[in-house]
Design a protein around this ligand. Structure first.
Ligand SMILES: Cc1cc2nc3c(=O)[nH]c(=O)nc-3n(C[C@H](O)[C@H](O)[C@H](O)COP(=O)(O)OP(=O)(O)OC[C@H]3O[C@@H](n4cnc5c(N)ncnc54)[C@H](O)[C@@H]3O)c2cc1C
Length: 399
């Protein structure tokens, strides 16, 4: 791959490496290496701010709104180094999701109010789309917003709201007209999490962690000024956002990190007669997933090049979501298999950054089961993979 890089690209690669080396504390890298989903809010925000101060927080945004203006190759180099240095995953809800909606469809006052705090990490966002009766069939959502003077009064419930307990704001789909075709009566609101009547209840997931929540709206008053674009046109903005969400979900550099870790562990762990890495059947499964990952990487690069040329991620981004999550889940399975029985004694408390008990079995097994259990949901969140196949059938293949 290096052979493709120009001298300027190689100089850029050096600069990125230097920056990561000088600005990413070893302790944080260690937490990410062991338990990528358990980085604390403080460590995540500190890393966000470091990238912001360097001007590197939003490579995909247009330069006028704070983007880097990098070429596709530079973006690729940055993402490669990001994975190689075990840098914390940042919250995608602001930079990847609602930011592009605001700069594309928001008015000047909204851009001025929200974009700077998304960029500098001062405000974290969460996504209020799904409801108990509206997941795959999102347009059936029932959370109601009724106009009262210059405010909407919002009542209803969202569910599976990732990181709502850490967020400052939520972007929400609400029903503003119940009497029209369901897609035509939805609006897109930006809501302060501290607003009276809004409550957050935790959902503890199968790995024992707290990422998910229910969010309840009980006569929550939201200024009309917080509505993106036109009333009842929210479905258009919602779909635009989902395209961006699914592109981010490909997770190429994250999966590359996992391949590296898998090979390290498989070189240590034993199967009958030798190291796991020398077991023919196991090795061929690693190779197969690596080949799929290379194909995903190329597809992702093609998509990035098209975005750089002014395109928007359309239904094609669904292919990235499907392949990316399948690869991630296969890698998690292989990591568990490489550890054998020692992957099983799993205590949720072990994967907390502040855990102080010695692990059962080798240290490199810590966090693997938690990651496998948590990411089992990767083929569900962001729109389930079955739904993505429907999107491809209609939007790409024209069936
Ligand atoms: C870990 C996690 C984090 C999440 N984070 C968020 C978040 O931050 N914000 C948010 O708004 N939502 C979030 N979600 C919700 C997520 O988007 C939904 O779970 C998802 O869209 C599926 O909806 P559902 O759970 O209602 O399942 P259902 O829609 O009830 O689907 C159940 C099953 O039926 C299948 N199915 C449904 N319809 C069809 C069809 N037409 N054709 C073929 N198969 C079909 C689905 O693929 C699935 O396997 C999260 C979910 C999880 C698990």
């Amino acid at each position: 791959m290096d052979m493709m890089y120009s001298e300027a690209d190689l100089a850029f690669q050096d600069e990125v490496r230097r920056f990561f080396k000088e600005n990413l504390p070893k302790t944080v890298r260690e937490i990410v290496r062991k338990t990528p989903s358990y980085v604390s809010k403080g460590d995540m925000v500190a890393w966000h701010k470091a990238l912001y101060e360097k001007g590197w927080i939003a490579p995909a945004w247009p330069v006028e709104y704070g983007g880097t203006g990098w070429t596709s190759t530079q973006k690729h180099i940055f993402s490669e180094e990001y994975g190689a240095y075990d840098a914390p995953r940042l919250s995608a809800f602001g930079i990847t999701m609602v930011g592009p909606v605001i700069y594309t469809f928001g008015n000047q006052a909204q851009k001025d109010q929200y974009l700077p705090k998304i960029l500098n990490g001062e405000e974290l966002w969460c996504q209020g789309y799904s409801e108990p009766g509206a997941g795959s069939d999102l347009a059936s959502l029932q959370t109601r917003a009724v106009l009262d003077g210059d405010e909407y009064v919002v009542n209803g419930q969202k569910i599976w709201t990732s990181q709502a307990h850490k967020a400052d704001r939520i972007f929400c789909l609400v029903r503003t007209d119940p009497d029209v075709k369901k897609q035509e009566g939805i609006s897109f609101l930006l809501i302060d999490m501290k607003t009276k009547g809004l409550t957050v209840k935790p959902i503890i997931s199968i790995d024992g962690g707290h990422y998910l929540n229910e969010v309840f709206f009980d006569d929550v008053r939201v200024p009309v000024a917080n509505r993106i674009g036109e009333e009842n046109k929210g479905w258009t903005y919602a779909k635009f956002l989902l395209g961006h969400e699914r592109t981010g979900i490909a997770g190429v550099s994250k999966s590359k990190q996992k391949v590296k870790k898998l090979k390290e562990i498989a070189a240590i762990e034993r199967s009958e007669g030798g190291a796991m890495i020398d077991d023919y059947a196991f090795k061929s499964r690693i190779s197969k997933v690596e080949v799929s990952l290379s194909a995903l990487e190329i597809t992702n690069l093609r998509m990035m090049a098209s975005l750089a040329g002014g395109g928007n991620p359309g239904p094609e981004s669904s292919t990235l979501k499907i392949s990316g999550t399948q690869i991630e889940q296969e890698l998690n399975e292989l990591l568990i298999e490489a550890m054998g029985y020692y992957a099983l004694p799993y205590g949720a408390s072990q994967v907390r950054p502040d855990a102080n008990e010695p692990p059962v079995g080798a240290e490199h097994g810590v966090g693997l089961m938690s990651e496998r259990l948590l990411r089992r949901a990767a083929s569900i969140y962001g729109g389930s993979n079955e739904i993505q196949r429907n999107v491809i059938a209609k939007g790409v293949l024209g069936l």
